[in-house]
Write a protein that binds this ligand. Structure first.
Ligand SMILES: Cc1ncc(COP(=O)(O)O)c(C=O)c1O
Length: 471
């Protein structure tokens, strides 16, 4: 039998490719198969009747169809040459740092795209990081709620216990190629700090990690880890003593050392080219996950979700699903409420503004200054967000929801008890959103990016939630 590709069948039936993908997702094209990462459709397949009713909400009203945006060449177009996703992104820096960013961007476009670099990184991912990380079907958790199947992409099993190493090894390899002698980085939860310290040890580079004084106390286990790995932890006690101040201090240090040091940024934020670079180094998550999920279940998930701090694990997960008929949801921390200073839900409550050298959404005080962000999860405690997320929200492709401290804590203990997996409190936000959906949906599947493991959070969680711990 002769088979046609999605684009060929779209042409034959005179509909767009997106529509064909929705029909595939609904299993309405007889004989269609999935092989070598592609759908194949029998040439003689019958075009299903159009059941859509204008204005009526149903699955065909999925975000992919609603957005009217063509994602076929999305990665090639976004960001633009000067780092914009629509009007978000760019680079707002003093001239000396602009020069430093140009060196990194040029290096990224040439060195990081070379066959040698790619094969070296591939070898590191396989033999040092232990990739691919698996997909896990949470049978107990799914049965607990009854009707919806919940799956985890196990980034907690990546070496170091979080997704952060995917990006840290990529940037450190680039630093080595550029002849730099030191890595400088900020950290909130300490996951990125640990990852950069590991990368520095691996590549024999010096390493300074800037961390807020509040986070140093809260994430003591990771602070010890960073020190054991041979890196320096530099305490930042200004302001709220959390991630924003750590970024300020690390950038300040880098602006004095950029000739010999490399700034290893931990999320899909910052001036161009960081949002692009971090996305590219993290997109291994979604690529693996899509293939593994299809292999395990024979179809795509109904919902893909991940927590959003700066947005690196989320963008790494989402990218592979943007052009698929899948609902994509980023989950932010609602902390202790909607008021300024009580949350870090930038996508929900932020306004357009330049912070840390890029234009995106930022939580603001009434006087327009950046607000203090708060979340139980140090890694989500940032008043800004990656520019690509602001763009994906604006064009309607990704939905952003907020989950409170207590909801995340419940998910933290529930997954631990039912599945024997202790999630990072950051990842517990995405999990809590999946649990909320599982309570309200009658069927379907949800794929959660479990961005990290929760060992670092144990002491803090047990102290803060003794009633959940004892039950
Ligand atoms: C385990 C874990 N998940 C998620 C995050 C949030 O970062 P991002 O939004 O860049 O993925 C962090 C940040 O430290 C983290 O440690």
């Amino acid at each position: 039998m002769k088979y046609l590709s999605v684009s060929e069948i779209a042409k034959k039936w005179n509909i767009n490719e997106r529509r064909v993908r929705v029909l595939l997702k609904e299993k309405r094209i007889e004989g269609a198969i999935y092989q070598n990462h592609k759908y194949l459709i029998p040439e003689n397949a019958t075009k299903p009747l159009d059941r859509r009713v204008k204005g009526q909400r149903c699955f065909e009203d999925s975000p992919l169809e609603k957005t009217q945006f063509d994602f076929t060449n999305y990665r090639k177009i976004y960001p633009s040459e000067d780092g914009y996703f629509g009007r978000y992104g760019g680079s707002f820096l003093p001239p000396n740092l602009k020069k430093a960013m140009k060196e990194i961007y040029d290096g990224y476009l040439t060195i990081a795209k070379s066959a040698k670099f790619i094969s070296e990184l591939r070898e590191i991912r396989k033999n040092y990081q232990g990739r691919p990380t698996p997909i896990y079907h949470c049978r107990n958790l799914s049965n607990y709620f009854g009707k919806v199947q919940i799956y985890l992409k196990r980034e907690d099993l990546n070496h170091g216990g979080a997704h952060k190493l995917n990006n840290a090894m990529g940037q450190a390899l680039l630093a080595k190629y550029l002849g730099k002698k030191k890595l400088i980085a900020e950290t909130g939860a300490g996951s990125h700090g640990s990852a950069v310290a590991m990368a520095a040890a691996y590549f024999d580079l010096k390493c300074d990690i800037y961390m807020g004084s509040v986070d140093i106390k809260k994430q003591a286990a990771n602070v010890s880890r960073i020190k054991v790995l041979g890196a320096n932890v530099i305490e930042v006690s200004e302001g709220s003593g959390t991630l924003k101040e750590a970024v300020d201090a690390a950038f300040e240090a880098y602006s004095k050392e950029y000739k010999t040091a490399f700034y290893c940024l931990g999320s899909a934020v910052g001036p161009h080219p960081y949002p692009l670079m971090v996305r590219d180094f993290q997109e291994i998550i979604g690529r693996e996950a899509k293939e593994q999920f299809l292999e395990m279940t024979g179809e795509l998930p109904d919902i893909v979700t991940a927590c959003v701090g700066g947005g690196s694990n989320a963008i790494g997960m989402f990218e592979a699903f943007l052009n698929e008929p899948v609902n994509i949801v980023g989950v932010e921390p609602l902390g202790q409420g909607k008021e300024i200073g009580k949350n870090a839900a930038t996508m929900c409550f932020g306004k357009e503004k330049v912070l840390h050298g890029f234009n995106s959404l930022v939580l603001e005080n009434p006087d327009g200054s950046p607000a203090n962000a708060y979340s139980i999860a140090s890694g989500l405690d940032y008043p800004g967000v990656g520019p690509e997320h602001a763009f994906l929200k604006e064009i309607g492709r990704v939905k952003y929801e907020a989950i409170s401290d207590d909801e995340a804590a419940e998910a933290f203990f529930l997954l631990s008890r039912l599945e024997g997996i202790i999630p990072a409190i950051e990842s517990s936000h995405a999990l809590a959103y999946a649990i909320k959906c599982a309570k309200n949906m009658n069927s379907g599947s949800i794929l959660v990016n479990l961005s990290g493991r929760g060992d670092k959070d144990m002491d803090f969680m047990v102290e803060k939630y003794p009633h959940m711990f004892l039950n």
